[in-house]
Design a protein around this ligand. Structure first.
Ligand code: ADE
Length: 235
């Protein structure tokens, strides 16, 4: 999987992505990250990439041309049409199903917005997916791009050392994950649930399912309702 990021702050993406599991996957050749600085494609002597919005309003907008040139540079490198994800609060809210869909791509380009926004014309010209990471506003699109790249990366084969661990986790089956425990058996007067020490796989699986359902109902009643509807359809 090759990620390309169009950004004004490449070091922010490079630093975070080269840490921990995604960093290891890059070192092992399972992921590649190419951050490209939009400012390198500025078309004026001041290297500025923003300007005032027509019609007035607060703040500055990123101009179309530097972004378009940056995009063309990347497309030339990839050599074929590629999905371009704009990180924006004005978009579809990211979820696990979208992560799974994006993980099927060989190449993905992220466009990270900054300032107050981007000239709409370049968005219309190059962006295939407008994606938000939630109903709140951030100062820029770098963190959302990192969030998405991280969750997509975990679904790329060989990135996680144990492929089972992305099969049974929260959201992969529409439910939140059950609680887990490690040694010691007793900590601060709190015991590990007896069934987990029993070695009885069927009972353990039943307990985990029950806990998953309880937690989903408590913390995410919206997901629980959806899960129930799915079950009724299958019956
Ligand atoms: N840029 C600013 N806020 C954002 C959000 N919530 N999701 C994606 N991109 C953003």
């Amino acid at each position: 999987m090759n990620f390309y990021c169009m950004t004004l702050f490449p070091e922010m993406i490079d630093n975070a992505f080269s840490t921990s599991i995604t960093g290891r996957a890059m070192n092992n050749g399972y992921l590649n990250l190419h951050t490209v600085n939009i400012r390198d494609f500025a078309n004026n002597t001041h290297n500025s990439v923003d300007d005032y919005p027509f019609g007035g309003g607060a703040g500055m907008l990123m101009q179309a041309e530097p972004i378009y040139r940056c995009y063309e540079h990347i497309i030339e490198e990839i050599g074929k049409e590629t999905r371009v994800i704009l990180t924006t609060p004005v978009g579809k809210v990211f979820n696990q199903a979208m992560a799974a869909e994006f993980a099927q791509e060989e190449n993905l380009i992220f466009l990270c917005g900054h300032y107050e926004g981007i000239d709409e014309r370049v968005i219309e010209k190059i962006v295939t997916d407008r994606v938000s990471i939630g109903d709140y506003v951030l100062t820029g699109g770098e963190l959302p791009a990192l969030v998405m790249m991280d969750s997509i990366s975990r679904l790329v084969p060989c990135v996680l050392s144990n492929s089972v661990s992305s099969t049974y986790e929260s959201h992969s089956n529409g439910l939140l994950e059950y609680p887990q425990y490690t040694r010691p058996r007793e900590w601060n007067g709190m015991e590990v649930p007896e069934v987990l020490l029993s070695g009885h796989h069927k009972n353990i699986a039943a307990w985990q399912k029950e806990e998953s359902l309880k937690r989903t109902k408590k913390y995410r009643p919206d997901l629980y309702k959806k899960w129930e509807e799915e079950q009724n359809k299958e019956d």
